[in-house]
Ligand binder design. Structure first.
Ligand SMILES: [Zn+2]
Ligand SMILES: [Zn+2]
Length: 261
């Protein structure tokens, strides 16, 4: 699924929780068929299931380096290697604190020097919260999230369609995110704590619930809110709860769903 008629498309590979429900995958999606956001558990079967050629992935954006978001990185690198694609063509953007280490570890795990001819190494683009990055087709602006590891909330501007949307990655309720994503057509916000309001004094893993996501969307006055990264059994209730706070459209996308921004 690519950028058709200058539209920005997002295909969800998974929207489930850290240990995904059977038949689903954790939070991961693809922008315009070529920019992957986090890997989930099973990136290659997921991409192929939704008719996206894994070799078309030009960029991987990591929101942060927790297992449920990077577990498939070795599989992606292995696929490129087996298909004899130059690894340097895969550009990986992510939090500066952890990016280089996790990519190096993935390659060590694959034992490159033992099994493969030299196919290069992915091109790394480490960002600190607040940094921006520009390619010929898009612009990324980032801000910090509140999570046990360094995280990036991304604001993505598609230069071809001129559409702007944002995605938070994992984060506790963090009002500065609303300023950062203001003016976005769409906000993709995690809601892993589900439909019940999060007790800020009892939130050691630093996640959001549907109420938190809706408060950010309402403050930012985005046009649409998509909730992801929770148990799918709570999805409908999360949408109901968020709809009472955020006055515009709220949905929990299904795996395989493609939305036009
Ligand atoms: Zn997560
Ligand atoms: Zn996390």
């Amino acid at each position: 699924m690519s950028s058709i008629n200058n539209q920005t498309t997002i295909t969800f590979l998974g929207t489930s929780t850290a240990v995904p429900d059977l038949g689903s995958d954790t939070a991961s999606f693809v922008i315009n068929g070529k920019y992957l956001v986090d890997t989930g558990w099973s990136v290659i079967p997921n991409l192929r299931k939704y008719e996206i050629d894994p070799l078309n992935i030009e960029y991987l954006f990591f929101t942060h380096i927790h297992h449920d978001h990077y577990l498939s990185l070795p599989a992606l690198i292995f696929y490129f290697t087996m298909k004899r694609k130059d690894l340097a063509s895969l550009k990986i953007v992510g939090p500066a604190d952890d990016l280089e280490k996790v990519v190096k570890l993935a390659q060590q795990f694959l034992q490159f020097e033992r099994f493969f001819e030299d196919r290069g190494t992915p091109t790394l683009i480490p960002l600190q919260p607040g940094d921006s990055y520009e390619d010929e087709n898009f612009v990324l602006h980032t801000c910090e999230t509140v999570h046990p590891v360094q995280g990036l909330c991304y604001r993505f501007t598609d230069k071809l369609s001129e559409r702007v949307f944002s995605f938070t990655g994992d984060t506790a309720y963090h009002p500065p995110i609303a300023d950062h994503v203001k003016g976005s057509s769409l906000l993709i916000h995690e809601a892993s704590r589900g439909p019940i309001a999060v007790d800020m004094n009892n939130n050691p893993a630093l996640h959001s619930g549907a109420v938190d996501a809706a408060r950010i969307a309402e403050a930012a006055q985005v046009e649409k809110l998509l909730l992801i990264h929770g148990p799918l059994s709570t999805a409908d209730e999360c949408v109901q709860v968020a709809s009472q706070i955020f006055s515009k459209s709220v949905e929990w996308p299904k795996d395989g769903h493609t939305t036009i921004v």
